[in-house]
Write a protein that binds this ligand. Structure first.
Ligand code: ZN
Length: 288
């Protein structure tokens, strides 16, 4: 599932390309994905794009917003006259709209009352677990997804908070990092890599970690998330940026996805196990 670096990459793209556009119309091809009344957003202008954990909020000029969660395979792709020839990743599934397109936002940046769209924002989703909700801006923080979100790296997840959240729990450390009510934005890829960089066995409990280990882990979380962001995210399943291009972190992972390969530190074989049902990669020599 796209994690903080992927969703942040998308947010930066929304800021660059979609901000300032008026929504002329919303074409809904698959009703399950779009929840709420489209009439509430038509005629409004996109004012801001915010990210909360793995979720996105497009703030509109009329007091409403679009809350978006791309879940496993959602994509938001912008096309206009200037960007229409940017070649799309094969992960998009062909020219837009295509069979994976469920919602089309028809946009215009013209101030005149032109009803002719000058740009399109496509919501594609192969697995269709994602959602777009129309909601009043002052109510969005009450949606369970946003309400239950824990503190976030680079925002309010200080080391003290991190220590408080994971340091007392008898749950295994890896699922603790991925539980969005503990902290927002971390999923399987970055949890695996952060634990490797910190030299911590993912099966250890939060409570068993020393102050030094917790500090190393905290620093490693920030490190791998920054690296993911610098690589414009990981395109493992379907993730693409606002122009339909893939990220590169999948080519730079430390242990994630490297079952049976050599550890980059010590040359031991990277092991694969499941913790809480999720694929876990680690070096039994470096992570203890
Ligand atoms: Zn190793």
């Amino acid at each position: 599932m796209p994690e903080l670096p992927e969703v942040e990459t998308l947010r930066l793209g929304l800021i660059k390309y979609v901000l300032g556009h008026k929504i002329l119309d919303v074409e809904i091809l698959h009703p399950k994905v779009f929840q709420g009344e489209k009439e509430k957003v038509i005629g409004s202008t996109v004012k801001d794009a915010r990210r909360v954990g793995k979720g996105l909020i497009l703030e509109l000029s009329n007091g409403y917003c679009l809350a978006i969660h791309i879940k496993l395979t959602g994509q938001l792709i912008y096309r206009d006259e200037k960007t229409k020839n940017v070649s799309l990743s094969a992960k998009v599934g062909g020219d837009l709209p295509n069979k994976f397109t469920h919602v089309i936002f028809k946009l215009s940046k013209l101030t005149a009352n032109s009803q002719k769209p000058t740009a399109y924002l496509y919501y594609n989703d192969q697995r269709r677990f994602g959602w777009i909700k129309v909601i009043k801006s002052d109510k969005v923080s009450k949606l369970p997804f946003f309400r239950d979100m824990g503190p976030e790296p680079f925002k309010d997840l200080t080391f003290a908070r991190f220590k408080f959240v994971v340091g007392k729990k008898v749950t295994k450390i890896k699922p603790l990092l991925m539980d969005q009510t503990n902290m927002g934005g971390i999923g399987n890829i970055y949890a695996n890599d952060a634990l490797f960089r910190a030299g911590i066995d993912p099966r250890k409990t939060g409570k068993s970690l020393s102050e030094e280990e917790l500090k190393k882990l905290y620093d490693s979380i920030l490190f791998v998330l920054k690296k993911g962001l610098a690589s414009r995210g990981a395109s493992e399943l379907s993730f693409v940026n606002i122009l339909g291009q893939e990220g590169e972190y999948q080519n730079h992972t430390l242990v994630y996805g490297k079952r049976g390969q050599k550890c980059p530190n010590c040359g031991s074989t990277i092991k694969f196990i499941r913790i809480g049902g999720r694929g876990t990669y680690f070096c039994p020599n470096c992570q203890q």
